[in-house]
Design a binder for this molecule. Structure first.
Ligand code: 5AD
Ligand code: SF4
Length: 443
């Protein structure tokens, strides 16, 4: 979502005369769009700001001004504290207020220490500026669209409900209008974003609300849009109609990121996840019944307060039972203001590290096995960019795997069947099937 937000900020600033620079040294304005989800992400900002302060001073000597903005969830969480830690910062703006950037930049001409972290009455989406077709093409044939923001789930480890605020859904009509602009410029794939995206229930324009499944179906009607994905989902909001959509909607890609976090019921309860390990197993069985080839991905946290060796092993067991195509995994990071941070029995850092290594080794084995299982199969690939070597192009399989083939760059934007011939550590290698290898060849 930070990628999407950064693009919207760039679009808002373009009419103000700002364009992207390749080198930070050339930037009159630097916006750090920040993440507060774990301590490490948040702390990185301050080391980055230290470097920017030196840059600002060097540019000032050459008679050039530099404005520094801290945006995103660290801005939201820390507000004016950021100025105390780093005086070179000009503006602090939270994720719900970035539509005010042009106005804030004007005010910064005369005012110092501007902080905008209220949850404003107006909806930022109503103030966004559409990207130009050139800008869309530069960003590629696969695009993000935020459809839902915030979260009401309050998992006890998570800052999102505090930094992104209460759960809210954008109206269907607004989303379709945004997708139409993207599709007209050549976008073929849309990934719908939300912190709790499957809780989506946006106004449908007829006095009711649409579910995520309904939204996906409407988006797929946009000319040119061939693939729809969504992320991130909570198991508790995997409704029957969304599961059925994976059976019925050909454009909905058979890859689902469905975080479980832990395999221990005791820890899941302490995390306030509201699902048990067996619920997750049953849910996955139901989803696989609807779409047998669906690939799953998840998020895991190890070392949540009170996690015993037995709890951790329950997580490994769950992973063995499900079989994941890919996953993200993290050591628990106590976040200020969340209930988890106040719990006794915080797990020692060395224990967390050892558990994370074991967990990641298992997940990596599953990922490699999944990738190797593709060899010999033919899958549709959406080509997105030139490949690593001249004469190659790269794209994504339905399961979000990177695929490289020999091919011309004018095939970028096309979805073509590819026979997978080898699986590397991070990419699959394939060949365009006869008839698709060359333009105009007989099928
Ligand atoms: N510590 C570690 N990981 C966390 N996540 C969220 N909060 C924390 C935390 N305090 C992870 C969860 C979530 C993903 C986006 O980040 O696994 O699904
Ligand atoms: Fe955070 Fe996701 Fe839980 Fe919401 S559902 S509180 S975003 S982990």
């Amino acid at each position: 979502m930070n990628v999407y937000d950064a693009q919207r900020m760039a679009d808002l600033l373009a009419p103000e005369g700002y364009a992207d620079t390749a080198q930070v040294e050339d930037a009159d304005l630097v916006v750090l769009n920040t993440c507060h989800i774990r301590e490490r992400a948040a702390e990185k900002i301050f080391s980055e700001l230290g470097k920017l302060r030196a840059l600002k001073a060097a540019r000032a000597k050459a008679g050039r001004d530099t404005r520094i903005i801290v945006a995103g969830c660290v801005a939201q969480a820390e507000g004016g504290e950021i100025f105390r830690r780093q005086k070179a910062v000009d503006i602090v703006v939270g994720p719900q207020s970035y539509h005010r950037l042009p106005e804030l930049l004007r005010r910064a001409e005369t005012e110092r220490g501007l902080v905008e972290t209220d949850f404003p009455a107006e909806d930022k989406f109503d103030f966004l500026v559409a990207p130009t077709p050139q800008q869309i093409r530069k960003r590629g044939v696969s695009a993000f669209v935020t459809v839902q923001e915030g979260c009401d789930k309050f998992c006890s480890f998570c800052v999102v409900p505090y930094t992104r605020g209460a759960e809210s859904s954008r109206p269907v009509g607004d989303i379709l209008a945004e997708v139409a602009v993207l599709a007209a410029a050549g976008v073929r794939e849309v990934t719908l974003l939300g912190q709790n995206v499957n809780a989506y229930h946006g106004a449908d324009g007829a006095g009711g609300s649409a579910s995520l499944a309904e939204l996906c179906a409407r988006i797929a009607e946009a000319p040119g849009i061939a693939r729809v994905r969504y992320t991130t989902s909570h198991p508790g909001d995997m409704t029957a109609d969304l599961i059925a959509a994976h059976r019925d909607q050909a454009s909905l890609m058979p890859f689902l990121h469905l975080p479980v976090q832990s395999g221990s019921d005791r820890i899941l309860a302490a995390m306030n996840r509201k699902h048990k390990s067996a619920d997750y197993v049953d849910l996955v069985a139901e989803i696989r019944q609807a779409r047998s080839d669906i690939a799953l991905s998840s998020d895991f946290i190890v070392g949540f307060p009170g996690e015993s060796e037995q709890d951790f092993e329950a997580t490994l067991d769950l992973i063995e039972r499900i079989g994941f195509a890919s996953a993200f995994s993290f050591k628990y990071s106590p976040r200020p203001g969340t209930p988890g941070a106040d719990l006794k029995d915080q797990v020692e850092e060395s224990v967390k590290s050892a558990r994370l290594s074991r967990l990641q080794a298992l997940l990596e084995r599953q990922r490699q096995a999944f990738n190797r299982g593709m060899v010999g199969r033919t899958v549709d690939v959406l080509f997105e960019k030139p490949g690593r070597h001249a004469g190659q192009i790269a794209g994504k399989s339905p399961y979000l795997q990177a695929v490289q083939v020999d091919g011309e760059t004018d095939r970028i934007g096309e979805i073509l069947p590819v026979q997978i011939v080898a699986a590397g550590a991070n990419s699959l290698f394939g060949r365009l099937t006869p008839g698709h290898a060359a333009r105009g060849a007989p099928i």
